[in-house]
Design a protein around this ligand. Structure first.
Ligand SMILES: [Fe+2]
Length: 396
């Protein structure tokens, strides 16, 4: 099968037997080249729609055989624009497991409340401990989840982004901890609670610095860099005493190879909880949909993380991230080797290159309404030919 392409245009050429013709009644396929009789008379002109041919010509198969024609070269030309692809991704969302939406909504509202109260100087110890409880509920959710899970949603303002980012760092951090240290629910809780609280100090950073659209000046960056320490102080004042949770808050901007802030620690000096949080923090930031930027595809974000291994991140944590989300994270639109298009909804057996794909456009170019999930790890010869785009987030 030959393929010619540009993004959004897919041209598949293949030869089908007469017995397969009936399958193409709803396909946009056309005859790929003039089909001539032995005397050079055109029997089927190039460009004839297979669907109309099958429905309008009686005894087509029989006639073709009589003419000595036993197979037909066809071409499937599909124009797939970005909007259509987005629609496909949206319809696939229901098949990708995500965090319980009610829990996500409640968490976002609580984080929002606490940030506002901190900004006004009106927060009490019960506020932050409420968030810590919420983190524990997230940890329970993560513990039951076989895959990475993110909260998705339209984020309009900086505030909304920060709340959702906190939730995602909690979910991803908790998940990475569960993979790195199986059976250690205490660490999952620590990352989930720490993730929710990790940027608490930003509520004390002046809005004009936080919301500045351009690059920060050195002075502004120095202010921004105070947020881990401010966050740790707020957490301690509110009664958070677990040193590991406090380490997530204070040390999530430390760099594995040194040069991070606030303490420029190095490798083993950085607690593992903070190393996990650092990976979750940056990965979510890269793949987030922001007002001013399109989300980066998960695969590109993973590449950046890999490039920064050693200097910025603990290589072991990045390895766990890669193993956890795979090469084709849930939500990635992919084209399979037979030309069908679908969305990755998960993977079994931790198989990085053979995910489960919800097919939305089949190999004949037909849009499918019914559910058809192909598990590429289950003895099929199909494989992923290329990725088209992803939702911008992996989920568990
Ligand atoms: Fe931060």
């Amino acid at each position: 099968m030959a393929v010619e392409e540009g993004f959004g245009e897919r041209i598949f050429k293949r030869r089908i037997s007469l017995g397969e013709l009936q399958e193409y009644t709803a396909s946009p396929a056309t005859v790929a080249e003039d089909i001539l009789s032995e005397h050079g008379v055109i029997l089927l002109p190039k460009g004839t729609h297979l669907a109309s041919l099958v429905s309008s010509v009686e005894d087509l198969e029989k006639n073709m055989r009589r003419w000595g024609i036993f197979s037909i070269p066809i071409v499937i030309y599909n124009k797939l624009d970005i909007r259509e692809l987005e629609e496909i991704l949206q319809t696939a969302e229901a098949n990708i497991s995500t965090i319980d939406p009610a829990l996500a909504k409640e968490t976002l509202a609580q984080v929002g409340d606490v940030y506002e109260r901190i900004a006004e100087g009106a927060q009490g110890p019960e506020d932050i401990s409420k968030l810590a409880n919420q983190g524990q509920r997230l940890a329970a959710e993560v513990a039951h989840s076989p895959q990475v899970m993110f909260c998705l949603g339209k984020v309009r303002s900086w505030d909304e982004y920060t709340y959702m980012h906190s939730l995602n760092v909690a979910l991803l951090g908790g998940f990475l901890a569960s993979r790195m240290f199986p059976g250690r629910q205490d660490l999952v809780e620590c990352l989930s609670v720490g993730g929710i609280l990790h940027d608490l100090g930003k509520a004390r950073i002046p809005q004009e610095v936080l919301n500045k659209p351009g690059k920060l000046t050195d002075d502004e960056f120095a202010i921004m860099k105070q947020h881990p320490v401010l966050g740790e102080q707020l957490a301690i004042e509110s009664g958070v005493s677990d040193a590991r949770i406090l380490a997530v808050v204070r040390r999530h901007h430390e760099r594995f190879g040194g040069g991070g802030y606030p303490d420029a620690l190095l490798k083993e000096q950085i607690p593992v909880e903070a190393k996990i949080a650092a990976v979750a923090d940056v990965f979510d930031a890269l793949t987030a949909k922001r007002v001013y930027k399109e989300p980066m595809e998960s695969r590109s974000a993973v590449s950046i993380m890999i490039e920064s291994m050693g200097a910025h991140f603990d290589p072991e944590v990045v390895r766990i991230l890669l193993v956890s989300i795979g090469l084709y994270p849930p939500g990635t639109a992919v084209e399979l080797s037979d030309g069908s298009i679908g969305v990755v909804v998960g993977s079994r057996n931790k198989d990085l290159v053979r995910p489960q794909v919800l097919i939305k456009i089949d190999y004949m170019g037909r849009k499918l309404d019914k559910m058809q999930i192909v598990d590429l790890s289950a003895g099929t010869s199909l494989c992923v030919r290329r990725t088209l785009m992803d939702i911008g987030k992996v989920r568990f």
